[in-house]
Design a protein around this ligand. Structure first.
Ligand code: ADP
Length: 588
C-alpha cells in the first residue's frame, strides 16, 4: 500500500467495523446488480427450451409458472439491490463525513499547537488550503472512491466467473483486455500523480496570494495598487490554469483510450460466440448472457480510471494533510506544574538566534524580582521583542536559561507558564466579536462585574459606554471598527482580567494619542504594585518610575539602573532622554 493510503487506513482504524459493514453491503449490492443479465438469460432459456429449461430443474415445469417465478425473482433482486444501495451509500458517505470532520479538527488543533516560528515561514492561505481544500478533496474520494473500487473488483470477478461457467473458451477471449486495462490504468495513475500534486500546490499559492491581498486591502487602496494586485492574482491563476491543463491533457484521454480495449473484448465475444452459437455448440441463452455481460465485465474497468483519478488527487491531498500533521514542535511542554506563581523572572546568560540570521541576543542577564516593574529600552532591532518571545516560550534560548520563580521555563507545564503571564503586545489583535468577548478572551467565564472592573482599570470603561451598543458592540475583524488607542486599552483590559502575576507590556510605538498614553500610564501605575511588570518602552516618560531600567543595544544589555542613575550617567539612556524631553540644544 502506498504511504498516504496506509496512513489513512491506520487513521481510520477506529471505524473498522463500520467499514466492514459498508464493504459487505457494497459487495452484496454488486452481485445483485449483475443478476438481471443472468435473469435475462433465464427468460431466453424459458422461451427457447420451454419444459426443458434450466428453471424446470428446480421443479417448476409449467412454462407460464416459470415466467412468474422468474418475475418474482427479478422483483426480489431489484428490491434488495435498492435496499443495499441505500445502506452502503449511507454508511460510506457518513463515514467520509466523519473522517473529514476528524481530520479537519485535528489538523487545525495541531496547527495551532505549532511553534510560532512555523507561522513565520508558512503562509496563511497555504495553511487554509490544506485544512479546507485538501480535507474536502479527501472527502470526495472517501465518499465514492472506496465503494467504486470494491464494486469494480466484485463486478469483474463475478462476471468473469459467470463467463467461465457458461463458455470457458469465449471467456478466455473476453478477459484478455483486462490485464491491459489494469496495466494502462496503473501507468495512467503514475503519470497523473505529479500533475495533481502540482495542481494542489498551485491551489495553495493561489489561496495564499488571495488571503495576503485581502488582509492588506487598506494598503493596496492607499497605494492605488489594485491593478498591480489583480495582475499578480491573474499570474497565479494563470499558473493554476496551466498546471491544470497539463493534468487535463492526460486525464481526459484515459476513457477514450480504454474504450479501444473494451471494444476488442466485445467484438471477440460477439464474433466468436456468435459463430459458435450458429454452429450449435453454444446455447442461445448463454450467448445472450455473454453479449450483455461483456459490457458489464469491461465497462466497470473504465470507472477504475475515474476512481484512480479521484484516488490520485485524494492521495496528493492526504500527503499534504499528513505532512502538516507530522510537522513537529520544537517547543514542548515540561512537566513541572506551577501553582501560585509569584512572578520572579531571571534571564541567565541568555543568547539567541533565529533559525535564519545572526545572533540576536548575547549573554542577557536580567533580574525581575516578584512584584517589581522593570523596563527595557533600546533602539529598534536591538532585541527587545525577542526577549518577550523567549519569556513566553514562543522559542527557547540557544544558550543560557530563563527562570520563573526559580524554575527553568523549559521544565514547566507550558499551559501554566503561559497562564502566569499576560501580554499586551504592540500589534493588538482583537477577534471578530463583541467588546465583552474580546476583554474576556483569556477568561471566558469572567462575570460582567469583573469585565467592567478590568475595563475601568484600563480606562476603557468610559469609551466603551459611548459605543453604539456598549459592551455588546461588535469590533469588526481585527477590531478595525475601533481606533488604535481604543484597541490598545481593550487589550490592556484583556490582560488585566487574566490577573496573571506577570504583565508584559510591549508598548506601541505609534497609534496612541497623548490622551490614551496618559490614560495607559495612569492605569499602569495603579496596577504596577500588584504584579511583576516587564515594560518594553519607546517613550521613556512611561518608565521613569520603573524600579530598574535595562538599556539594550545590538542584542546586549549595555546599561542598567534607575532612571535617575542612568540619566546622570551620560550614556545611551541619557542621550535618549535628552532627545525625548527636547533638552538637546542645537548650538549650546
Ligand atoms: P526590537 O523589538 O528591539 O525592535 P526585535 O527583537 O524585534 O527588536 O528584533 C531583533 C532582531 O531580530 C532584528 O534584527 C530582527 O531583524 C531580527 N528578527 C526578529 N524576528 C525575526 C525572525 N522571526 N526571524 C529572523 N530574524 C528576526
Amino acid at each position: 500500500m502506498p504511504g498516504p493510503l496506509r496512513r489513512l487506513w491506520t487513521y481510520a482504524a477506529r471505524h473498522r467495523s463500520r467499514m466492514w459493514w459498508a464493504s459487505t453491503l457494497s459487495v452484496v449490492n454488486k452481485v445483485l446488480d449483475i443478476a438481471p443479465e443472468i435473469l435475462i438469460g433465464g427468460a431466453v432459456d424459458i422461451v427457447v427450451r420451454r419444459e426443458r429449461s434450466w428453471l424446470s430443474g428446480f421443479g417448476v415445469v409449467a412454462v407460464r409458472d416459470q415466467i412468474l417465478v422468474l418475475a418474482a425473482l427479478t422483483f426480489v433482486v431489484w428490491a434488495l439491490e435498492s435496499l443495499t444501495e441505500y445502506g452502503y451509500e449511507l454508511l460510506w458517505r457518513n463515514l467520509a463525513q466523519t473522517v473529514e470532520h476528524q481530520l479537519r479538527v485535528e489538523t487545525y488543533a495541531h496547527t495551532l499547537d505549532l511553534d510560532l516560528a512555523y507561522f513565520e515561514d508558512a503562509s496563511t492561505g497555504g495553511l487554509m488550503a490544506v485544512i479546507n481544500d485538501d480535507v474536502n478533496q479527501l472527502e470526495r474520494f472517501l465518499d465514492r472512491g472506496a465503494n467504486e473500487l470494491i464494486q469494480t473488483v466484485v463486478a469483474v470477478g463475478g462476471v468473469a466467473a459467470v463467463f467461465f461457467v457458461l463458455a470457458p473458451s469465449v471467456a478466455a477471449l473476453a478477459v484478455i483486455p483486462i490485464p491491459l486495462i489494469i496495466w494502462g490504468s496503473i501507468q495512467f495513475t503514475r503519470r497523473m500523480a505529479p500533475r495533481y500534486s502540482a495542481v494542489r500546490d498551485q491551489a495553495g499559492n493561489l489561496a495564499s496570494q488571495l488571503s495576503n491581498a485581502i488582509g492588506g486591502v487598506a494598503t493596496i487602496k492607499a497605494f492605488t495598487a489594485e491593478d498591480r494586485e489583480v495582475d499578480r492574482l491573474q499570474d497565479e491563476s494563470e499558473r493554476y490554469r496551466v498546471v491544470n491543463r497539463w493534468a487535463i491533457r492526460l486525464s481526459a484521454g484515459f476513457i477514450p483510450g480504454i474504450r479501444v480495449f473494451i471494444l476488442a473484448g466485445f467484438l471477440a465475444t460477439l464474433i466468436y460466440g456468435g459463430f459458435r452459437t450458429l454452429d450449435g455448440t453454444l446455447e442461445v441463452a448463454a450467448f445472450s448472457v455473454l453479449v450483455f455481460l461483456t459490457q458489464r465485465l469491461l465497462w466497470p474497468l473504465t470507472r477504475l480510471g475515474e476512481t484512480l483519478d479521484l484516488y490520485q488527487r485524494a492521495m496528493a491531498s492526504t500527503q499534504r494533510i499528513f505532512d502538516l500533521l507530522d510537522t513537529a514542535r520544537t517547543v514542548v511542554s515540561g512537566h513541572v506544574p506551577l501553582s501560585n506563581p509569584k512572578g520572579a523572572v531571571e534571564f541567565e546568560a541568555v543568547s539567541f538566534s533565529y533559525r535564519t540570521g545572526p545572533q540576536v541576543l548575547t549573554g542577557i542577564e536580567l533580574s525581575i524580582p516578584a512584584g517589581s516593574t522593570v523596563a527595557v529600552v533600546g533602539a529598534t532591532g536591538s532585541g527587545k521583542t525577542t526577549l518577550i518571545k523567549l519569556l513566553l516560550r514562543f522559542a527557547d534560548p540557544t544558550s543560557g536559561r530563563i527562570t520563573l520563580d526559580g524554575h527553568d521555563l523549559r521544565s514547566l507545564e507550558l499551559e501554566d507558564l503561559r497562564s502566569a503571564m499576560a501580554l499586551v503586545s504592540q500589534d493588538v489583535f482583537l477577534f471578530h466579536g463583541s467588546v465583552r468577548e474580546n476583554i474576556a478572551y483569556g477568561r471566558p467565564d469572567a462575570t460582567t462585574d469583573e469585565i467592567v472592573a478590568a475595563a475601568e482599570a484600563a480606562e476603557a470603561h468610559e469609551f466603551i459606554l459611548e459605543l453604539a451598543e456598549g459592551y455588546d458592540t461588535i469590533v469588526g475583524e481585527r477590531g478595525q471598527k475601533l481606533s488604535g488607542g481604543q484597541r490598545q486599552r481593550l487589550s490592556i483590559a484583556r490582560a488585566l482580567l487574566c490577573d496573571s502575576p506577570v504583565l508584559i507590556l510591549d508598548e506601541a510605538t505609534s497609534a496612541v494619542d497623548n490622551e490614551t498614553e496618559a490614560a495607559i500610564q495612569r492605569s499602569l501605575r495603579r496596577i504596577a504594585h500588584q504584579r511583576t511588570m516587564l515594560v518594553i518602552a519607546h517613550r521613556l516618560s512611561t518608565i521613569r518610575h520603573a524600579d530598574r531600567i535595562y538599556v539594550m543595544d545590538g542584542g546586549a544589555v549595555v546599561e542598567e539602573g534607575s532612571h535617575d542613575d542612568l540619566a546622570a550617567r551620560g550614556g545611551i539612556y541619557a542621550g535618549l532622554w535628552s532627545v525625548q524631553t527636547g533638552m538637546v540644544t542645537g548650538d549650546g
